[in-house]
Design a binder for this molecule. Structure first.
Ligand SMILES: [Zn+2]
Ligand SMILES: [Zn+2]
Length: 348
C-alpha cells in the first residue's frame, strides 16, 4: 500500500465522520509531506526509524507510513473503514435519485480541498455534476471570493470541465444575505453563475420581523435559486463526531416561516435540506411547512471536504420521512434541467 494513498484516504474518512479539525490537519499535513518526499528517503527513514524527525510527522502518522511501507493496511485505516456513519435508511430511494450536489466548498474559500479533488470525489459517488458554491466577499473569516477571484475561479472551472465526459462542475456561489436583504456579490457575476445559493451567516439573532424581510428580499431576487440552511441552527449531540465534549449547539434565527416559504413558493426558490450533521436544517416542523407551501427542495451536503460529500443520506432520510418525492428535488434533475430552471429565475 502506498503511504500517500493511505494518508489521503484517512483524511477522507476523518472528514466523513466530522472529526476534529486539528486531527484532520495532522494527517493532511503528513500526506503533503510524503508527497514531497523522495521515495528512497522515505524508505531509508522508515528503516532507520527517523520518520518522526520530520517536522509534521508524529507517532500516529509515522505508524501509518511504516505499516503501509511494510505492505500492511494501516490499523488506523482499517478502523476508520469499518465505521461508516452515513448508512442510508428510509431515504435510500431518494439518495439513488440524486444526480448532483448544489452546495459545497473548495479551498478557494473555507473548504479543505482543491476544486478538482472535490470534483473527483463527487464523481466517485456517482454524481453527474456538482455546483461549486464558495463563499462571498464579506464572509472574510471564510476567505470569501471578491469579484476578481470569482472571475478567476470561473476560468479554472471552464478548464477543469474539459477533463470529464461524464461529469460537470456547475458554477455557483453561496452568497451571503446581508442584513438589509441585499446580496454580497456583483449583479453581473450572479447573473453569469449557473446556480446561486443564498444564506444568512451574520446577525442571526436579529428581530424576527427584520429577519423575515431580509430573507424574503433574498428569496425574491431573480438571482437566487436556493435558500441555504434557513435557520442557521447548530444542533448539539454530535460531540463524538465533532470531538468537542462541550458543544452546546446554537439556536437558529427567528422569522415568519409562513411568509418566507410562501415567498420561496412564489418565486420558485428551492428550500435546502442541509445535510451537515451539526446543522440538520431546516428542523422538521419547518420542513413540513415548506412542503405544505409546495416549495422545491435541494438536498445538499454543504461539504467542506471530499469525505463530507457522502452526507446526503442524512437529508434523504429526513426528506423521505416527510414524503418528499424525487420530482420535488432540484438536484434529482439532470444538469441541463437544473441550469435551465435556475436561469429561468434570472430572466424573470
Ligand atoms: Zn453557509
Ligand atoms: Zn456552505
Amino acid at each position: 500500500m502506498d503511504p500517500y494513498e493511505a494518508l489521503d484516504r484517512i483524511v477522507y474518512l476523518l472528514d466523513r465522520r466530522l472529526d476534529e479539525g486539528r486531527r484532520v490537519r495532522a494527517y493532511a499535513n503528513a500526506r503533503d509531506i510524503v508527497a514531497e518526499l523522495d521515495a528512497d528517503e522515505l524508505l531509508a527513514r522508515h528503516r532507520d526509524r527517523t520518520l518522526t524527525e520530520l517536522t509534521g510527522i508524529g507517532p500516529a502518522t509515522s505508524a501509518v507510513i511504516a505499516e503501509a511501507l511494510d505492505g500492511k493496511t494501516p490499523k488506523k485505516l482499517v478502523e476508520l473503514e469499518a465505521t461508516n456513519p452515513v448508512d442510508v435508511g428510509e431515504g435510500a430511494e431518494l439518495r439513488a435519485a440524486l444526480k448532483g450536489d448544489c452546495h459545497l466548498h473548495s479551498n478557494w474559500s473555507d473548504g479543505g480541498a482543491p476544486i478538482e479533488k472535490m470534483a473527483e470525489a463527487a464523481r466517485a459517488l456517482g454524481h453527474e455534476y456538482m455546483v461549486l458554491t464558495d463563499h462571498s466577499p464579506r464572509l472574510t473569516i471564510a476567505h470569501g471570493l471578491d469579484p476578481e477571484r470569482l472571475r478567476r475561479q470561473l476560468d479554472v472551472i471552464e478548464e477543469l470541465n474539459g477533463r470529464w465526459e461524464d461529469f460537470r462542475i456547475l458554477t455557483g456561489i453561496e452568497v451571503d444575505i446581508l442584513t438589509d436583504g441585499s446580496l454580497d456579490q456583483d449583479e453581473d457575476l450572479l447573473d453569469r453563475l449557473d446556480v446561486v445559493v443564498a444564506s444568512v451567516h451574520s446577525k442571526l439573532s436579529m428581530d424576527a420581523k427584520e429577519m423575515t424581510q431580509r430573507m424574503v428580499m433574498a428569496v425574491a431576487s431573480p438571482h437566487v435559486d436556493i435558500l441555504g440552511h434557513c435557520t442557521g441552527q447548530k444542533v448539539p449531540g454530535h460531540q463524538r463526531q465533532i470531538g468537542k465534549s462541550d458543544f452546546a449547539g446554537r439556536v437558529g434565527s427567528s422569522f415568519d416561516a409562513e411568509v418566507v416559504f410562501a415567498a420561496c413558493a412564489r418565486f420558485d426558490t428551492a428550500v435546502e435540506i442541509n445535510c451537515r450533521p451539526e446543522r440538520q436544517d431546516p428542523p422538521d416542523h419547518l420542513l413540513a411547512l415548506a412542503l405544505e407551501w409546495g416549495c422545491q427542495i435541494a438536498i445538499d451536503t454543504d461539504a467542506h471536504a471530499p469525505g463530507q460529500l457522502e452526507w446526503q443520506p442524512f437529508g434523504c432520510d429526513k426528506a423521505a420521512r416527510h414524503g418528499v418525492t424525487p420530482e420535488q428535488i432540484v438536484n434529482a434533475w439532470d444538469a441541463d434541467t437544473l441550469v435551465e430552471w435556475a436561469g429561468s429565475h434570472a430572466s424573470g
